[in-house]
Design a protein around this ligand. Sequence first.
Ligand SMILES: *Cc1c(COP(=O)(O)O)cnc(C)c1O
Length: 390
Amino acid sequence: MDEITEAIKGNEYYNEINGKIVRTINPPIYHGSTILFKNFEDFHDAGLGKYQGVVYGTNRMPSQRAFEEILNKLEGGHITRAFQSGISAITNTLMAFTRAGDHILVCENVYGPAIRFCKKILSKYNVEVTYIPAAVGENIVDYIKDNTKLIFLESPGSNTFEIQDIPVIAKIAREKNILTVFDNTWATPIYFKPLALGIDVSIQSVTKYIAGHSDILLGTVSVNEKYADMFDDYYNTMEVFVSPQDCYLALRGLRTLKVRLGHHEQAALKVAKWLDGLDIIEEVIHPALENHPQHEIWKRDFSGSSGLFAFMFKKDYSIEQISAFINSLEVFGIGYSWGGFKSLVTAGTYKRSADPARAGKVIIRLNIGLEEVDDLIADLEEGFKVLGEK
Ligand SMILES: *Cc1c(COP(=O)(O)O)cnc(C)c1O
């Protein structure tokens, strides 16, 4: 059965009213700290770790388990565990799989707060980090040391959209028994399957496309068989748990993920190609465009593209001009995060080592939402007039 059919199918959940069964295709949302045991024997078994049910509110309530199970199938993991946010999923994964004295490699284009965590927290526990180039591939071997234990990757990278040669990196890492972690938020498991390409751990910021409505924060970690027990033990020990309500919303998002993503993909491609044809634009950075530096690798490994990309102007406009352009937009909102129904714009400066020619250039990042795409193009077209260009 197709994975999407399975995700949509749902299960059957029972309750009883006046002796008549109430059946739903979505799980009930149980709120609870105390979970009542049927009898003392079950309680005693729970103490011995022999009880199969939920024993306490921290023990993954039914809506969390239902969500994790479906996402796990999509990611092709052995287990999937939910966290309070995408960044919490990342930081906990790095904690779970490292110990004092380890060396890890972190791609310079991963989600920024993950780098802040490495610098401020991991360093306290004597885990040494080397930041590696955004478009890394076979040259990863140049950075590996005897005590390298983990490689953390993200492709396309945050804000600058470099693509990494994942099969090559995964193969090298396997040979050297180094664990690989991949942030799969941009493509979601609909368009990219890291575990199938040899990655050990795939992370989602569920906050983005999976939840899809900019109303919750949630993250997941999907782990292959080799590392599943180790991660499960960490999760249980830390007593991580997430809101049953948020898990329910994330599960609801999963059911419509593929159709929403298809719209984001087509709309973003239309806007990207339109921008690419304008005289004032230096470069549109979108992995599905042929002029993207690693387009061929993207085409080989991904089955689709999502709605987040960036572009740069030819001229170096002043910050006042950039502000005036962004402030003039009526459909695009100015704000962090992405993957929701509303189109968003942010801007920053290129800081990666991957392409020195871009250094210091202003990068405008667009999140293409679910509005009518011609309205988005018209909004940008009006905005460009503020720059004094035709
Ligand atoms: C937003 C984001 C995160 C963090 O997710 P939150 O749920 O906002 O904490 C991690 N990785 C990527 C690529 C992101 O875009």
